[in-house]
Write a protein that binds this ligand. Structure first.
Ligand code: UDP
Ligand code: MG
Length: 351
């Protein structure tokens, strides 16, 4: 399939209003890639920038054919941009990094070295994070919630600076579900992954696109996409509440029977409300569980990802022997969206 494509490294870089960073990024990245002695392409995905980002990339692309551009018709978000880039990238290995120079290109060598030890995914972990305090706290809170409350185990404190085996990346990018979390899905693929510390630079030009609100949304999406635990929590709470209401009622009845002098009237009301409230919560969580089943079915993730097959006549590619392979998946769901993007583009709304 595509794994045998002649390109070795595809660097995918989502960019949104990063005109000030692109030239320096390319100037620093190209020598690093050339030093590996392997072929490469640098795929910029302009996520609907309103500044000169795409003209900058276009200029660089005329100078160096290894620089490529996908321009979105509007801002669709970083995840979408990365996905589009991966589905168009043909490299044996995908390198993902930010376009704001916060991932120093010189650090790529470390990731590649680690990969050569036999990993399919190598995440860069920032040792010294150079972000504003509120940005860091927001991330920490999100990670804590995912780990402790939802038990979604993600590689910790990883950045979007990473190297991924091409077919694994394309498999994930080609999955039909709309809300996609790369690192969570990477765990799902079973790819051998590891992480190593890489430098992290402060942003010198442009601004961060992630505030607290966007991170909370992100966490919520992740919760809904990867966990049904909140439904269980609701059901559990309902059970506790209903039990409490019942216990309280029985306790009052016992008191009354034993002749205690208690105010009349409110016990029955209170117990009824609490018991019913609890039962309603339980019912909601049960309904929720059914909806979750429908949702999981609709997400359409394949049931498994095959790492290797031995002894079959037609030796399949390393993945996706169950149904269409990653490349086919990519061709299926990736190209049409590319066509849509191009069609929208040709209508030319922004310049
Ligand atoms: N980005 C994007 N679309 C968006 C938001 C961000 O393509 O809607 C790009 C952005 O240009 C950058 C990368 O994603 O290259 C990371 O974004 P940012 O630096 O704002 O995030 P932070 O470093 O604060 O996590
Ligand atoms: Mg950044």
């Amino acid at each position: 399939m595509n794994a045998s494509s002649s390109l070795w490294h595809s660097v995918v870089i989502p960019v949104y209003n990063e005109e000030g960073n692109i030239r320096e990024l390319v100037d620093r990245l190209v020598p690093v890639l050339e030093r590996t002695g392997k072929t490469f392409e640098i795929v910029f995905v302009d996520d609907g920038s309103r500044d000169g980002t795409s003209s900058m990339v276009r200029a660089l692309s005329t100078r160096d054919a290894r620089v490529k551009l996908i321009r979105f018709a509007r801002n669709y978000g970083q995840e979408a941009a990365v996905q589009a880039g991966i589905l168009r990238a043909s490299g044996r290995w995908i390198v993902q990094m930010d376009g704001d120079l916060q991932n120093p290109p010189e650090e790529l060598g470390k990731l590649l070295e680690k990969r050569d030890e036999g990993y399919e995914i190598v995440y860069g972990v920032r040792v010294k994070r150079k972000d504003p305090l509120h940005r860091v706290l927001a991330s920490r809170l999100m990670m804590w919630f995912m780990k402790r409350v939802l038990s979604i185990e993600l590689p910790e404190d990883v950045t979007t600076f990473r190297v991924i085996e091409g077919n694994t990346a394309r498999l994930i990018a080609g999955l039909p579900e709309k809300k996609k979390f790369f690192s969570a899905l990477a765990v799902w693929t079973g790819a051998r992954s590891t992480s190593i510390p890489v430098g992290h630079a402060a942003r010198t030009r442009g601004v961060t696109k992630y505030g607290l609100g966007r991170l909370i949304n992100h966490t919520f999406d992740l919760m809904v996409g990867f966990s049904t635990r909140p439904l269980r929590i609701i059901g559990g709470t309902g059970a506790v509440v209903a039990a409490f209401g019942l216990g309280f009622g029985l306790f009052r009845i016992a008191q009354k029977l034993l002749g205690a002098d208690i105010t009349m009237g409110y016990t029955s009301l209170f117990s009824a409300v609490v018991i019913l409230g609890g039962l309603q919560l339980i019912a909601l969580s049960v309904i929720g569980e059914y909806i979750a089943r429908i949702f999981i079915q609709i997400q359409g993730r394949p049931l498994y990802n095959v790492a290797e097959e031995i002894g079959f006549a037609e030796s399949a590619d390393s993945q996706g022997a169950a149904g269409p392979g990653p490349a086919d998946v990519g061709a299926e769901s990736g190209r049409p969206s590319g066509d849509v993007a191009r069609a929208l583009k040709s209508q030319g709304t922004d310049g």
